[in-house]
Design a protein. Structure first.
Length: 390
Protein backbone atom coordinates (compact mmCIF):
# COMPACT_ATOMS: atom_id res chain seq x y z
CA UNK A 1 0.00 0.00 0.00
CA UNK A 2 2.81 2.40 0.83
CA UNK A 3 4.48 2.26 -2.55
CA UNK A 4 1.14 2.42 -4.33
CA UNK A 5 0.32 5.51 -2.33
CA UNK A 6 3.65 7.08 -3.10
CA UNK A 7 3.24 6.37 -6.79
CA UNK A 8 -0.19 7.90 -6.74
CA UNK A 9 1.14 11.01 -5.08
CA UNK A 10 3.74 11.48 -7.77
CA UNK A 11 1.32 10.82 -10.61
CA UNK A 12 -1.26 13.10 -9.12
CA UNK A 13 1.28 15.85 -8.77
CA UNK A 14 2.30 15.47 -12.40
CA UNK A 15 -1.17 15.21 -13.86
CA UNK A 16 -3.34 17.01 -11.45
CA UNK A 17 -1.70 20.28 -10.85
CA UNK A 18 0.15 22.61 -8.84
CA UNK A 19 0.27 24.07 -5.57
CA UNK A 20 2.25 25.11 -2.67
CA UNK A 21 2.13 25.93 0.97
CA UNK A 22 2.03 29.56 1.90
CA UNK A 23 4.07 32.63 1.75
CA UNK A 24 4.46 35.99 0.11
CA UNK A 25 2.94 36.45 -3.29
CA UNK A 26 3.48 34.08 -6.06
CA UNK A 27 2.75 35.41 -9.45
CA UNK A 28 5.08 38.29 -8.77
CA UNK A 29 7.45 38.38 -11.70
CA UNK A 30 5.28 36.04 -13.73
CA UNK A 31 4.01 37.63 -16.89
CA UNK A 32 1.06 36.91 -19.10
CA UNK A 33 2.06 36.72 -22.74
CA UNK A 34 3.73 39.43 -24.82
CA UNK A 35 2.69 43.00 -24.28
CA UNK A 36 3.92 46.44 -25.09
CA UNK A 37 6.42 47.81 -22.60
CA UNK A 38 5.70 51.29 -21.29
CA UNK A 39 8.67 53.28 -19.93
CA UNK A 40 8.34 54.57 -16.38
CA UNK A 41 8.12 58.34 -16.00
CA UNK A 42 10.36 60.40 -13.73
CA UNK A 43 9.56 59.74 -10.01
CA UNK A 44 7.24 56.83 -10.83
CA UNK A 45 7.63 53.57 -8.92
CA UNK A 46 6.25 50.09 -9.57
CA UNK A 47 4.35 48.75 -7.71
CA UNK A 48 2.60 51.94 -6.71
CA UNK A 49 3.09 51.47 -2.96
CA UNK A 50 5.96 52.47 -0.64
CA UNK A 51 9.13 50.36 -0.96
CA UNK A 52 8.84 48.79 2.51
CA UNK A 53 5.31 47.51 1.93
CA UNK A 54 4.97 43.71 2.04
CA UNK A 55 3.66 43.66 -1.53
CA UNK A 56 6.80 45.52 -2.66
CA UNK A 57 10.24 44.78 -1.15
CA UNK A 58 9.02 44.45 2.43
CA UNK A 59 10.36 45.60 5.77
CA UNK A 60 13.99 46.44 6.41
CA UNK A 61 15.86 43.87 8.47
CA UNK A 62 18.69 46.12 9.59
CA UNK A 63 22.12 47.05 8.27
CA UNK A 64 24.66 44.42 7.37
CA UNK A 65 28.29 45.17 8.19
CA UNK A 66 31.36 43.13 7.24
CA UNK A 67 31.53 41.66 10.75
CA UNK A 68 27.85 40.67 10.91
CA UNK A 69 26.75 37.06 10.73
CA UNK A 70 24.38 38.11 7.92
CA UNK A 71 27.35 39.28 5.82
CA UNK A 72 27.76 35.70 4.58
CA UNK A 73 24.31 36.03 2.95
CA UNK A 74 25.72 38.56 0.48
CA UNK A 75 27.11 37.07 -2.71
CA UNK A 76 29.49 38.76 -5.17
CA UNK A 77 28.25 39.28 -8.70
CA UNK A 78 30.98 38.80 -11.33
CA UNK A 79 28.63 38.83 -14.33
CA UNK A 80 30.71 39.97 -17.34
CA UNK A 81 27.65 41.53 -18.95
CA UNK A 82 27.30 44.04 -16.14
CA UNK A 83 29.57 47.03 -15.55
CA UNK A 84 30.17 47.80 -11.86
CA UNK A 85 31.21 51.38 -11.21
CA UNK A 86 32.84 50.51 -7.88
CA UNK A 87 33.38 54.16 -6.95
CA UNK A 88 34.50 53.14 -3.48
CA UNK A 89 37.13 50.75 -4.87
CA UNK A 90 36.14 48.12 -2.31
CA UNK A 91 34.07 45.82 -4.51
CA UNK A 92 31.04 46.56 -2.32
CA UNK A 93 28.86 47.31 -5.34
CA UNK A 94 29.24 43.69 -6.44
CA UNK A 95 27.85 42.37 -3.16
CA UNK A 96 24.12 41.65 -2.98
CA UNK A 97 21.59 39.08 -1.85
CA UNK A 98 20.99 36.03 -4.03
CA UNK A 99 17.57 37.32 -5.09
CA UNK A 100 19.01 40.70 -6.07
CA UNK A 101 21.75 38.96 -8.06
CA UNK A 102 19.25 36.80 -9.94
CA UNK A 103 17.06 39.76 -10.91
CA UNK A 104 20.10 41.82 -11.93
CA UNK A 105 21.45 39.04 -14.14
CA UNK A 106 18.07 38.69 -15.83
CA UNK A 107 17.96 42.44 -16.40
CA UNK A 108 21.48 42.42 -17.90
CA UNK A 109 20.22 40.13 -20.67
CA UNK A 110 17.16 42.28 -21.38
CA UNK A 111 19.34 45.38 -21.63
CA UNK A 112 21.60 43.76 -24.23
CA UNK A 113 18.56 42.58 -26.18
CA UNK A 114 16.88 45.98 -26.03
CA UNK A 115 19.97 48.01 -27.01
CA UNK A 116 22.65 45.94 -28.76
CA UNK A 117 26.13 47.09 -27.73
CA UNK A 118 24.88 48.66 -24.49
CA UNK A 119 25.35 47.04 -21.09
CA UNK A 120 23.78 47.38 -17.68
CA UNK A 121 25.77 49.66 -15.35
CA UNK A 122 25.51 49.40 -11.55
CA UNK A 123 26.43 52.68 -9.85
CA UNK A 124 25.55 51.63 -6.29
CA UNK A 125 25.04 48.26 -4.64
CA UNK A 126 25.62 47.27 -1.05
CA UNK A 127 26.46 50.35 1.01
CA UNK A 128 28.68 49.87 4.06
CA UNK A 129 29.54 53.53 4.46
CA UNK A 130 26.17 55.10 5.28
CA UNK A 131 25.55 57.24 2.18
CA UNK A 132 21.84 56.46 2.04
CA UNK A 133 18.77 57.30 4.11
CA UNK A 134 18.54 55.37 7.44
CA UNK A 135 16.01 52.78 6.21
CA UNK A 136 17.72 52.16 2.86
CA UNK A 137 17.82 48.62 1.50
CA UNK A 138 21.28 49.37 0.08
CA UNK A 139 22.62 48.58 3.58
CA UNK A 140 21.29 45.02 3.26
CA UNK A 141 22.47 44.32 -0.30
CA UNK A 142 18.83 44.33 -1.38
CA UNK A 143 19.02 47.42 -3.62
CA UNK A 144 20.98 48.57 -6.65
CA UNK A 145 21.13 51.86 -8.52
CA UNK A 146 21.46 51.34 -12.24
CA UNK A 147 21.92 53.15 -15.54
CA UNK A 148 22.92 52.04 -19.02
CA UNK A 149 26.62 51.88 -19.88
CA UNK A 150 26.23 54.69 -22.46
CA UNK A 151 24.67 56.93 -19.78
CA UNK A 152 21.96 57.90 -22.25
CA UNK A 153 19.28 59.34 -19.97
CA UNK A 154 16.59 58.95 -22.60
CA UNK A 155 16.89 55.18 -22.04
CA UNK A 156 16.29 55.26 -18.27
CA UNK A 157 12.48 55.15 -18.35
CA UNK A 158 12.60 51.99 -20.43
CA UNK A 159 15.46 50.61 -18.31
CA UNK A 160 13.16 50.94 -15.29
CA UNK A 161 10.40 49.05 -17.11
CA UNK A 162 12.85 46.27 -18.02
CA UNK A 163 13.80 46.07 -14.34
CA UNK A 164 10.13 45.58 -13.43
CA UNK A 165 9.89 42.83 -16.04
CA UNK A 166 13.09 41.23 -14.73
CA UNK A 167 11.30 40.70 -11.43
CA UNK A 168 12.63 43.35 -9.08
CA UNK A 169 10.10 43.76 -6.29
CA UNK A 170 10.22 47.58 -6.35
CA UNK A 171 11.57 49.83 -9.12
CA UNK A 172 11.84 53.59 -8.77
CA UNK A 173 12.78 56.25 -11.32
CA UNK A 174 14.47 58.01 -8.43
CA UNK A 175 16.60 60.66 -10.14
CA UNK A 176 17.35 61.79 -13.68
CA UNK A 177 20.71 60.08 -13.25
CA UNK A 178 19.69 56.58 -12.09
CA UNK A 179 17.00 53.98 -11.45
CA UNK A 180 16.72 52.42 -7.97
CA UNK A 181 15.65 48.75 -7.78
CA UNK A 182 15.15 46.57 -4.71
CA UNK A 183 14.06 43.07 -3.73
CA UNK A 184 12.39 41.21 -0.90
CA UNK A 185 14.62 39.77 1.82
CA UNK A 186 15.95 36.22 1.62
CA UNK A 187 14.09 35.31 4.81
CA UNK A 188 10.77 36.38 3.33
CA UNK A 189 11.69 34.27 0.29
CA UNK A 190 12.40 31.29 2.51
CA UNK A 191 8.85 31.73 3.76
CA UNK A 192 7.31 30.98 0.41
CA UNK A 193 6.58 27.34 1.06
CA UNK A 194 4.53 27.59 4.16
CA UNK A 195 3.76 29.16 7.48
CA UNK A 196 0.29 30.41 7.04
CA UNK A 197 -0.63 31.40 10.59
CA UNK A 198 1.30 32.57 13.61
CA UNK A 199 1.39 30.42 16.74
CA UNK A 200 -0.86 32.52 18.99
CA UNK A 201 -3.73 32.01 16.55
CA UNK A 202 -6.51 29.95 18.14
CA UNK A 203 -9.01 27.43 16.81
CA UNK A 204 -12.06 25.78 18.32
CA UNK A 205 -11.68 22.00 18.66
CA UNK A 206 -14.50 19.45 18.61
CA UNK A 207 -14.10 19.00 22.38
CA UNK A 208 -15.33 22.58 22.80
CA UNK A 209 -11.91 23.87 23.90
CA UNK A 210 -10.13 26.71 22.20
CA UNK A 211 -6.45 25.99 21.53
CA UNK A 212 -3.38 27.61 20.02
CA UNK A 213 -2.31 26.30 16.61
CA UNK A 214 1.10 25.52 18.10
CA UNK A 215 -0.50 22.97 20.49
CA UNK A 216 -2.58 21.04 17.95
CA UNK A 217 -1.99 17.43 16.97
CA UNK A 218 -2.62 15.63 13.71
CA UNK A 219 -5.95 13.80 13.96
CA UNK A 220 -7.66 16.47 16.08
CA UNK A 221 -10.91 17.92 14.77
CA UNK A 222 -11.13 21.70 14.52
CA UNK A 223 -13.83 24.08 13.40
CA UNK A 224 -13.88 24.62 9.64
CA UNK A 225 -16.17 25.72 6.84
CA UNK A 226 -17.33 23.05 4.43
CA UNK A 227 -17.53 24.71 0.97
CA UNK A 228 -19.72 21.86 -0.30
CA UNK A 229 -22.52 22.31 2.24
CA UNK A 230 -21.65 25.92 3.19
CA UNK A 231 -21.92 24.89 6.84
CA UNK A 232 -19.58 25.12 9.80
CA UNK A 233 -18.23 21.66 10.64
CA UNK A 234 -15.47 20.03 12.70
CA UNK A 235 -12.84 18.72 10.31
CA UNK A 236 -9.85 16.48 11.01
CA UNK A 237 -6.29 17.79 10.74
CA UNK A 238 -4.64 15.49 8.16
CA UNK A 239 -1.16 16.95 8.24
CA UNK A 240 0.70 20.20 8.84
CA UNK A 241 1.87 21.77 5.57
CA UNK A 242 4.33 23.70 7.70
CA UNK A 243 5.16 23.52 11.40
CA UNK A 244 8.01 25.53 12.82
CA UNK A 245 7.71 27.24 16.23
CA UNK A 246 11.09 28.98 15.94
CA UNK A 247 10.91 30.44 12.45
CA UNK A 248 10.63 34.25 12.21
CA UNK A 249 8.55 35.64 9.37
CA UNK A 250 6.73 38.63 8.01
CA UNK A 251 2.96 38.41 8.43
CA UNK A 252 -0.05 40.55 7.67
CA UNK A 253 -2.13 41.47 10.69
CA UNK A 254 -5.75 42.00 9.68
CA UNK A 255 -8.15 43.67 12.11
CA UNK A 256 -11.94 43.45 11.72
CA UNK A 257 -14.60 45.88 12.95
CA UNK A 258 -15.38 43.74 16.03
CA UNK A 259 -11.72 43.85 17.05
CA UNK A 260 -10.97 40.30 15.90
CA UNK A 261 -7.43 40.07 14.56
CA UNK A 262 -5.90 37.49 12.28
CA UNK A 263 -2.20 37.12 11.45
CA UNK A 264 -1.43 35.35 8.15
CA UNK A 265 1.30 35.22 5.53
CA UNK A 266 0.56 37.51 2.56
CA UNK A 267 -0.21 34.87 -0.08
CA UNK A 268 -2.64 33.00 2.13
CA UNK A 269 -6.22 32.69 0.88
CA UNK A 270 -9.09 34.07 2.94
CA UNK A 271 -12.82 33.81 2.26
CA UNK A 272 -14.80 36.96 1.46
CA UNK A 273 -18.08 35.03 1.41
CA UNK A 274 -19.06 31.39 0.99
CA UNK A 275 -17.53 31.16 -2.48
CA UNK A 276 -15.00 33.97 -3.05
CA UNK A 277 -11.36 33.75 -1.97
CA UNK A 278 -8.70 36.44 -2.07
CA UNK A 279 -5.00 36.60 -1.19
CA UNK A 280 -4.47 38.24 2.17
CA UNK A 281 -2.10 40.75 0.56
CA UNK A 282 -4.84 41.87 -1.87
CA UNK A 283 -7.31 42.65 0.90
CA UNK A 284 -8.20 46.26 1.53
CA UNK A 285 -9.84 48.20 4.31
CA UNK A 286 -13.58 47.99 3.63
CA UNK A 287 -13.45 44.41 2.30
CA UNK A 288 -15.53 41.86 4.19
CA UNK A 289 -14.38 38.48 5.50
CA UNK A 290 -16.46 35.45 6.39
CA UNK A 291 -16.48 34.95 10.17
CA UNK A 292 -17.96 32.41 12.56
CA UNK A 293 -19.96 34.17 15.23
CA UNK A 294 -20.46 32.11 18.41
CA UNK A 295 -24.09 33.29 18.54
CA UNK A 296 -25.14 33.83 14.94
CA UNK A 297 -23.08 31.26 13.06
CA UNK A 298 -21.68 32.51 9.75
CA UNK A 299 -21.65 36.20 9.03
CA UNK A 300 -19.42 38.77 7.32
CA UNK A 301 -17.33 41.43 8.95
CA UNK A 302 -15.53 44.50 7.62
CA UNK A 303 -11.73 44.94 7.62
CA UNK A 304 -10.65 48.11 9.42
CA UNK A 305 -6.86 47.73 9.40
CA UNK A 306 -4.13 45.78 7.56
CA UNK A 307 -0.48 46.09 8.55
CA UNK A 308 2.81 44.19 8.25
CA UNK A 309 4.25 42.60 11.41
CA UNK A 310 7.06 40.21 12.41
CA UNK A 311 6.10 37.06 14.30
CA UNK A 312 7.95 33.97 15.44
CA UNK A 313 6.38 30.59 14.74
CA UNK A 314 4.61 29.37 11.60
CA UNK A 315 1.80 26.82 11.47
CA UNK A 316 -0.25 25.54 8.54
CA UNK A 317 -2.67 22.73 9.36
CA UNK A 318 -4.45 21.01 6.47
CA UNK A 319 -7.98 19.82 7.27
CA UNK A 320 -10.01 17.37 5.24
CA UNK A 321 -12.40 20.09 4.04
CA UNK A 322 -9.53 22.42 3.12
CA UNK A 323 -10.52 25.33 5.37
CA UNK A 324 -10.35 26.23 9.04
CA UNK A 325 -11.78 28.87 11.34
CA UNK A 326 -8.94 30.80 13.00
CA UNK A 327 -9.65 33.50 15.60
CA UNK A 328 -13.28 33.17 14.38
CA UNK A 329 -12.28 34.07 10.80
CA UNK A 330 -12.83 31.56 7.99
CA UNK A 331 -9.60 30.86 6.10
CA UNK A 332 -8.45 28.47 3.44
CA UNK A 333 -5.76 25.92 4.32
CA UNK A 334 -4.07 26.90 1.10
CA UNK A 335 -1.98 29.69 -0.30
CA UNK A 336 -0.28 30.86 -3.45
CA UNK A 337 -2.94 29.74 -5.90
CA UNK A 338 -5.98 31.86 -6.39
CA UNK A 339 -8.43 28.99 -6.40
CA UNK A 340 -9.69 27.08 -3.40
CA UNK A 341 -10.97 24.38 -5.72
CA UNK A 342 -7.72 23.80 -7.59
CA UNK A 343 -5.80 23.76 -4.34
CA UNK A 344 -8.16 21.31 -2.71
CA UNK A 345 -8.00 19.08 -5.77
CA UNK A 346 -4.20 19.07 -5.84
CA UNK A 347 -4.15 17.84 -2.25
CA UNK A 348 -6.62 15.05 -2.97
CA UNK A 349 -3.91 12.35 -2.75
CA UNK A 350 -2.96 13.57 0.70
CA UNK A 351 -6.56 13.39 1.86
CA UNK A 352 -6.84 9.96 0.25
CA UNK A 353 -3.72 8.57 1.88
CA UNK A 354 -4.69 10.08 5.22
CA UNK A 355 -7.94 8.16 4.93
CA UNK A 356 -5.96 4.91 4.85
CA UNK A 357 -3.94 5.80 7.90
CA UNK A 358 -7.27 6.30 9.53
CA UNK A 359 -7.62 6.26 13.30
CA UNK A 360 -3.99 5.96 14.22
CA UNK A 361 -4.57 8.34 17.11
CA UNK A 362 -3.33 11.86 17.60
CA UNK A 363 0.17 12.46 16.32
CA UNK A 364 2.67 15.21 16.93
CA UNK A 365 3.37 17.21 13.76
CA UNK A 366 6.77 16.89 12.14
CA UNK A 367 8.95 19.97 11.95
CA UNK A 368 9.29 21.92 8.74
CA UNK A 369 7.52 21.96 5.41
CA UNK A 370 5.51 18.92 4.37
CA UNK A 371 7.34 17.40 1.40
CA UNK A 372 4.24 17.07 -0.78
CA UNK A 373 3.47 20.78 -0.43
CA UNK A 374 7.07 21.61 -1.27
CA UNK A 375 6.98 19.39 -4.34
CA UNK A 376 3.70 20.85 -5.57
CA UNK A 377 5.12 24.30 -5.08
CA UNK A 378 8.09 23.50 -7.29
CA UNK A 379 5.83 21.88 -9.89
CA UNK A 380 3.58 24.92 -9.91
CA UNK A 381 6.41 27.00 -11.29
CA UNK A 382 6.35 24.88 -14.40
CA UNK A 383 2.76 23.91 -14.99
CA UNK A 384 0.48 26.30 -13.21
CA UNK A 385 -1.81 28.10 -15.65
CA UNK A 386 -0.99 31.77 -15.44
CA UNK A 387 -4.62 32.82 -15.01
CA UNK A 388 -4.58 31.25 -11.57
CA UNK A 389 -1.89 33.64 -10.44
CA UNK A 390 -2.23 37.09 -9.03
ZN1 LIG B 1 19.26 53.44 -4.53
Amino acid sequence: MRSASAALLVVAALVVVPVWGCGPGRGVGRRRGPRKLTPLVFKQHVPNVPENTLTASGLTEGRIGRNDSRFKDLVPNYNQDIVFKDEEGTGADRLMTQRCKEKLNTLAISVMNQWPGVRLLVTEGWDEEGYHTPESLHYEGRAVDITTSDRDRSKYGMLARLAVEAGFDWVYYESRAHIHCSVKSESSQAAKYGGCFSGETTVLTSTGLRRNLSDLRIGEKIQAFDPATKQLVFSEILVFLDFDPSQKREFLSITLSSGRTLTVTPSHLLLLDDRTVKYAEKLQIGDFLLVSDPKDGLSREEIVQVRGVWRTGVFAPLTSVGTLVVNDVVASCYASVDSQWVAHWAFLPVRWVAGFWGNSGLRKPEMGVFWYAKMLYVMADFILPSHLHE
